[in-house]
Design a binder for this molecule. Structure first.
Ligand code: NDP
Length: 253
């Protein structure tokens, strides 16, 4: 599944757009014509994204960005963002809930409470609050799409990855519940495991690994962006972006 959809006129909210996988998803969605609402805390990264999108627009006339510096642990900030989207566009077409943190890799018994709480706050509570905020806006789109970023860690029994693995398992469970709740609407929800990708998070997790052996985030983004369009025909499926051929599978009911 690598055909880029035409996203002209579509409003796409991408979290974690300041770097890594989210940055390239945002860039590619804008290049496909979307107006991207780019969320992250690092203003420099968002501005760099905006510069790229403006340069592309100068070449092709396509794509635009609205930058939203926001910490996803700020629940009222997320609510305010939903209100602002409703006021300006009256709907949302695409949600990419991509922002996430790894926390600390270490034995569960040694993890500090504040680290555990932060991983849950960003990955789980932040994602839930975002879903709560944009659900009504996505239902107002004629073909809403939500892409929820998970990880292979959600299904693994991997020593030292406890908090992150638990958070991603929770995100998947939440996304699957949401997909079931919305199955009779035009909204379609995809859960995506991007697989090991050359980003800051991966370098933090695996400091000894040669990043050159990993796919570039733009390559992974290219496999994920089609899910914002008609290519995503079913809701509640888990996609695995690691394979050469983009794979999908359904969890048992
Ligand atoms: P990066 O660390 O490169 O980027 C993470 C993004 O999330 C940044 O844009 C960061 O922006 C944003 N973010 C983190 N905390 C917050 C916060 N509190 N509020 C708002 N934004 C925040 O990660 P990747 O690109 O590697 O990962 C993207 C997604 O893919 C994550 O959900 C990750 O779990 C998942 N994933 C990644 C894999 C990999 O190998 N890279 C493998 C499997 C899954 P800022 O710091 O500016 O706020």
């Amino acid at each position: 599944m690598t055909d880029t959809p035409d996203l002209t006129g579509r409003i796409a909210l991408v979290t974690g757009a300041s770097r890594g996988i989210g940055y390239f998803i945002a860039r590619q969605m804008a290049a496909a014509g979307a107006h991207v609402i780019a969320v992250a805390r690092t203003v420099g990264g968002l501005e760099e994204l905006d510069d790229e999108i403006k340069a592309e627009r100068a070449r092709t006339g396509k794509g635009e960005a609205t930058l939203v510096p926001l910490d996803l642990t700020d629940m009222t900030g997320i609510d305010r963002l939903g209100g602002a989207i409703h006021e300006r566009w009256g709907k949302l077409d695409v949600l990419v809930a991509n922002a996430g943190v790894l926390g600390v890799i270490g034995p569960l018994a040694h993890i500090e409470a504040k680290v555990f709480d932060k991983v849950m706050a960003v990955n789980v509570t932040g994602t839930w609050r975002l879903i709560r905020t944009v659900d009504p806006l996505l239902r107002l789109s004629e073909a809403g799409r939500a892409i929820i970023m998970s990880s292979g860690a959600a299904h693994s029994a991997r020593a030292y990855w406890g908090p992150y693995a638990a958070s991603k398992a929770a995100v998947e469970a939440m996304a699957r519940s949401w997909a079931d709740e919305t199955k009779n609407t035009s909204l379609k929800i995809a859960i995506v495991n991007p697989g090991a990708t050359r980003t800051a998070m991966r370098a933090q997790a695996m400091p000894g690994e040669d990043p050159a052996t990993l796919p570039h985030p733009s390559e992974i983004a290219t496999r994920i962006v089609p899910l914002a369009g008609a290519a995503l025909a079913h809701t509640g499926l888990i996609f695995d972006a690691r394979a050469d051929a983009f794979q999908r599978y359904r969890m048992p009911d």
